[in-house]
Design a binder for this molecule. Sequence first.
Ligand code: GLN
Length: 542
Amino acid sequence: MTRFIFITGGVVSSLGKGLSSAALGALLQARGFKVRLRKLDPYINVDPGTMSPYQHGEVYVTDDGAETDLDLGHYERFTGISSRRSDSVTTGRIYSDVIAKERRGDYLGATIQVIPHVTDAIKDWIKGDITDEDFILCEIGGTVGDIESLPFLEAIRQFGNEVGRDQAMFVHLTLVPWIPAAGELKTKPTQHSVKELQSVGIQPDILLCRCDREVPAESRRKIAQFCNVRPSAVIQALDVDTIYAVPGAYHAEGYDDEVLRHFGLTAPAPDLSRWDALVSRIRQPEGEVTIAIVGKYISLLDAYKSLAEALRHGGISNHARVNLKWIDSEVFEREDAVQHLEGVHGILVPGGFGERGSEGKIQAVKFARERKIPYFGICFGMQMAVIEAARNLAGVTKAGSTEFGPCDEPVVGLMTEWVRGNVLEKRAKDGDLGGTMRLGAYECHLAKGSLVSHIYGDKLLITERHRHRYEVNYNYKERLEQVGLKFSGMSPDGVLPEIVEIPGHPWFVGVQFHPELKSRLFEPHPLFVSFIEAAVRQSRLV
Ligand code: GLN
């Protein structure tokens, strides 16, 4: 039997609901259960693909090419289970499906209403595409009380009622703030938030209380009494120094035991030894490196969530703490790059869109190439590396990307068709912005004897996730290879450059895909492990 755990959030946003869901998933997994995590987002966008990274943070891409919420990244990093398109849904997606059905006449003339048509569509989605999972954890985005989340709350209320308490439970994440003037932790926001939830008919079974200090037993009793839950179901979620300590901390508070008690299940205690080992490695690094990330969306670090985690994973493998130095690429267009990059042990140019800041990124590549500092270019960062090599090594002075407008030397250009398996996919130049990119997992052939093939354990065929519109133009391949930029990864048909590297440089790799999306705590991505290893070597030189 598959059981459903619905996780809502209250009081304020940014309490870490995604992380908290991921950590519970990992704990249940450590107790031998098969889990799956899903996210229901209340916004009206069909998917977050067109949302500004400044507002929404990173767009996480699944193997099957869905553009999803960044919380799916937490789920994958914590559980190691690859998410699917069916693990992420938004109000916009639900409504567009319901409206499409209505237009087709599927509702046989009925008046379409939130209840039952929209709520039915949500419930169908919750139960859809399940195989043999023991637990489905469904996180509801937003904060209880938001107008947008009402249809989702109504749907999960109905769902809980239909399947019964032994198959569904509700967890509510709240905040118990410390008020310095009173010298007290306050339970009132939690009480209000639970009331809000109760007003839509949902009685939480567990309250997970975020706090920055111990919640005294007395306060927990009070919360239990006012919120109508067992005292043992008030779980404190104390701040921790690393997100990877969360599963252990939750277990120590009895969270997973309480979940199993609700369902009347017993299971062996979780084996958290591999978590503990990694957490102590994180807490006691043997050295440290500084990586400069030269990007555009640095005012909201969530925009590079997976990247920051992948770099940390690389650090953990190398027993090194990784300090991230976020640099807005536009500064290089005004000032000399040297003062910002001097002394860093690695330079990374991440994914990005649009012309603004691109010349600064090209400056950063040049600095890394000439000064022999490890360089990692991801997606846009690879495209900028190729433009830099074209201009400064191959003498193609007008090299550019058609992403920025018409260009005499389109070293990076728009691909309007490409091959995926046996299917020729076509995309119109002037199509919609949403869902028109090369998205999801594609295969890539690695050149024998190349640095990247070595990094991937001598593999010659890899699969990585993509999210981009433009491609490096392979018509420039020969000229660039002659000056030392090796095309060491190509699409299976040999048309799309996937990886470039500079042999002889300490570590210079550009990849068209997003390796950060596949790095997990227990399976750190080999490119990040190798990049940080090179940075550690660099740190011994300077
Ligand atoms: N803007 C570039 C493109 O669309 C790169 C995208 C990215 O870095 N994700 O191809």
